[in-house]
Design a protein around this ligand. Structure first.
Ligand code: ZN
Length: 201
């Protein structure tokens, strides 16, 4: 499966001159919600992710996603695995289950995101779930921005990665982009202006 081409076809992999949330500039940007716009395509992606997880001997009862970004990916992954799907929501300093969602002590949970950058939200979701006595058996995302090491990937974990190294992390593809501080950005030097992805104009 050519994951990068699927992202390009869905206009989820943008090329241009972008201002990232970190303040850095980049010539590429992942608009990861776009690849989930068509449910049939989304389920093709999560079917492959589910197979990777099963082939590595991971068994789980439930997929839990950090809202909002992970919800659709988590739901589709749960469908592909034939298990339950829940999500946690932001609260002051962390995340929590709401809406009547519950986990049982010892319940095996996969934390799923659409994209893992440093894994901060995924880690907060895992902490919320484990505080309730359930066990996080894996992390999963469609795309890996290359800071964390995925099972079968070539990149080593960087210091920015917040995921625990003793829990496997599954992703379909590494999307490692060059990032520049504005002072040394070659795109700025060529005279163009960095735009915030997703904003108009
Ligand atoms: Zn620039």
């Amino acid at each position: 499966m050519d994951v990068e081409q699927i992202y390009k076809d869905a206009n989820a992999l943008l090329e241009g001159h972008f201002l990232l949330a970190s303040g850095n500039h980049s010539s590429r940007y992942l608009q990861s919600a776009k690849v989930l716009e068509y449910p049939q395509k989304a389920s093709l992606l999560t079917d492959v992710l589910a197979k990777m997880i099963k082939d590595n001997g991971i068994e789980a009862d439930t997929v839990c996603a950090p809202a909002l970004g992970g919800v659709v990916a988590g739901y589709e992954l749960a469908r592909s695995l034939g298990i339950r799907s829940i999500f946690v929501e932001k609260k002051e300093g962390g995340m929590e289950l709401r809406r009547g969602f519950e986990v049982a002590p010892g319940e095996k949970i996969i934390i799923c995101e659409d994209i893992i950058t440093t894994g901060g939200s995924a880690l907060k979701a895992a902490e919320a779930i484990e505080a309730l006595g359930a066990k996080v058996v894996a992390f999963a995302s469609l795309a890996n921005r290359g800071f964390c090491k995925r099972v079968g990937g070539h990149n080593e974990a960087k210091s920015e990665c917040k995921l625990p190294s003793n829990v496997p992390f599954f992703a379909l593809e590494d999307f490692t982009f060059e990032m520049y501080s504005p002072e040394v950005c070659p795109l700025c030097k060529e005279g163009s202006t960095a735009v915030k992805p997703g904003s108009k104009g």
